[in-house]
Design a protein around this ligand. Structure first.
Ligand code: AMP
Length: 160
């Protein structure tokens, strides 16, 4: 892993991470599924709100009973689902299922992917859900972890 310097004309331009940096496998940066708070598709919106509130996470993955990734849920999706004309209908929370209000249109990343792909995707996502060939949920890759790694490399470059 490292950087190469790219020259343009006579001037040395900014050095870029070298190819092996972009080729680094994401696996070692993934927060594994056992450490990730999640809910299941059949759980109630009330349960999901409890998990979100207690963990303090902005959004958490939704899995099926076989641990396959299905989508994401956040507090806004839950409050949206109980928004009445004049008030929030909290009493409906136990009846609403996570699968009916979650976001299913989430880009996922394969566990065997490389850093380059992850960098492209985390521009628009705070964290990425990581899956394997069977669609099993393997964990998450956060923007924070990716930025930390990038920062380390940039510091190495400055000190070299
Ligand atoms: P962080 O990089 O720690 O700020 O996390 C960014 C986002 O990733 C959080 O707001 C959560 O939505 C998600 N996240 C991070 N760690 C976990 C975890 N252990 N379980 C569930 N979601 C997480």
């Amino acid at each position: 892993m490292g950087f190469h310097s790219c020259a343009k004309g006579e001037e040395d331009m900014i050095s870029l991470p070298s190819k092996d940096f972009f080729d680094t496998r994401i696996e070692e940066f993934v927060i594994s599924s056992e450490k990730v708070a999640h809910v299941q598709i059949g759980n109630s919106a009330e349960h999901a709100l409890l998990v979100l509130t207690k963990t303090g996470y902005a959004a958490i993955p939704v899995l099926d009973s076989k641990y396959r990734f299905q989508g994401l849920i956040n507090a806004q999706m839950i409050t949206d689902s109980i928004l009445g004309m004049n008030h929030i209908e909290y009493e409906r929370l136990p009846e609403i299922r996570v699968q009916d209000i979650m976001n299913k249109e989430i880009p996922v990343i394969h566990i065997e992917e490389r850093f380059q792909k992850a960098l492209d995707l985390v521009i628009n996502q705070n964290f990425l859900c990581v899956v394997d060939d069977e669609g099993m949920f393997r964990g998450i890759l956060t923007r924070r972890v990716i930025l930390k790694h990038l920062k380390k490399l940039i510091y190495q470059l400055r000190n070299s």
